[in-house]
Design a protein around this ligand. Structure first.
Ligand code: ZN
Ligand code: ZN
Length: 390
């Protein structure tokens, strides 16, 4: 991995700067460097650098990794309770989207209506099958535009009030005239001074520039109910992007993804698993005890006598819990029959005796039995050990 640049230098802060100082310095730099604002040729590259520096230094875990190891990823990936950011923004959401909305849509010309409500945000949360069975509470850390701490989301500095935008006269749109080889071209774009709202703060809050919201790292607890299915979503009201100047915030939509399990395969609320018995147990029947999907749970599986390979043994009430109900699906054990291991000569002799008796009772020549058994045993001896097992 390439060495990370000096993020402190990029943001112009001391190495022991607190979160608030880092955020202020970042916002100041970001506002002057944003490609829509700055005409400097290297503004875009520097804006990206500032973004990257802030995304590391504003995240406690990444910052401490960076301080200690020189890279935000640290020596061994992410902590257990956190979700990989690439998972969180699985829908393609990233810091650049935050800035697009922060600065009013990246300057894209055309008929976009002013948007002052916060957007919904989506994250994917991956849990184990055991966690899905028992229910769990997960800590999720993500970045969003949150109400500005310094102005309480109003966007106003002291004595500040909302006034009509002078740049667009309150229309939210401005007309740009460009000279091209075809002559003059006129186009309407969203007013860059008010981001289309038509109004601005006469004394805007210095921290948020009058928007009433700033990029912020949020930590929320998500309660996952027992029995949740992969693909189900939970909405955390108001935990998405904050609105402009205290307009309504979006929701955080958490979509659950359940990891594949090494023993259980889920079908609806039922859990399938394999159980192995040897051929003699399959003939006489046997009760097996296995670990269930709920921690500490032991499940008895009664393999019946004369059980065939692939037979299914259902244990009701030991599958996945059903959400919003006290009932559970079934555990379904699929029986695998193995050849009996370690059969001694006297065991074989007992079996031959049994077979002779059964054939005699059925009126079959006893000679055939002995010959079959001997040749089978002789073949067995010639084979190198271990070849019989598949
Ligand atoms: Zn305006
Ligand atoms: Zn503010």
């Amino acid at each position: 991995m390439a060495a990370s640049p000096d993020y402190y230098e990029i943001l112009g802060v001391a190495r022991d700067a607190d979160a608030k100082t880092i955020k202020r310095s970042f916002l100041r730099k970001a506002r002057t460097l944003h490609p829509d604002v700055s005409k400097e040729p290297d503004a875009e590259a520097r804006f990206k650098e500032v973004n990257e520096a802030y995304s590391v230094l504003s995240d406690e875990r990444k910052r401490s990794n960076y301080d200690r190891y020189g890279t935000p990823d640290g020596p061994g990936g992410f902590g257990a309770d956190y979700v990989d950011m690439s998972d969180i923004f699985g829908g393609g959401f990233g810091i650049n989207d935050i800035f697009d909305s922060f600065f009013g849509g990246g300057g894209s010309a055309g008929g976009r209506a002013p948007r002052t409500r916060g957007r919904d945000m989506g994250i994917t949360l991956r849990i184990t099958l055991e966690e899905a069975a028992s229910g769990c509470t997960k800590t999720v850390s993500y970045e969003r535009l949150a109400p500005c701490d310094d102005c309480g989301g109003s966007g106003a500095a002291e004595h500040g009030k909302v006034v009509t935008c002078t740049r667009c006269q309150g229309t939210g749109r401005v007309v740009e005239v460009q000279r091209t080889i075809f002559g003059q071209m006129q186009s309407q774009t969203t007013c860059p001074a008010c981001q289309g709202a038509g109004t601005v703060m006469d004394h805007p809050c210095e921290t948020c520039g009058g928007q009433g919201r700033t990029p912020s790292r949020e930590v929320v607890e998500v309660k996952i109910p027992a029995g949740v299915h992969a693909g189900q979503s939970l909405a955390l009201g108001g935990k998405g992007e904050a609105g402009v100047r205290n307009d309504r915030a979006g929701d955080l939509v958490v979509t659950v993804d359940v990891q594949a399990h090494e023993r259980f395969e889920r079908q609806g609320d039922d859990l399938f698993c394999k159980v192995e018995v040897d051929a003699l147990d399959a003939i006489v029947g046997r009760t097996l005890t296995l670990d269930g999907v709920i921690e500490g749970e032991r499940v008895e599986v009664r393999v019946p006598a004369n059980c065939a390979y692939g037979e299914r043994v259902r244990v009701p009430g030991r599958g996945m819990p059903r959400t919003g109900s006290a009932t559970r699906g079934s555990l379904i054990a699929v029986v695998q029959v193995n050849p009996p291991a370690n059969l001694a000569e006297e065991d074989l002799e007992l079996l031959r005796g049994l077979i002779r008796r059964r054939r005699a009772a059925a009126g079959v020549e006893p000679r055939d039995t002995a010959a079959d058994a001997t040749s089978s045993a002789a073949r067995e001896k010639k084979r190198p050990h271990g070849r019989r097992r598949r």
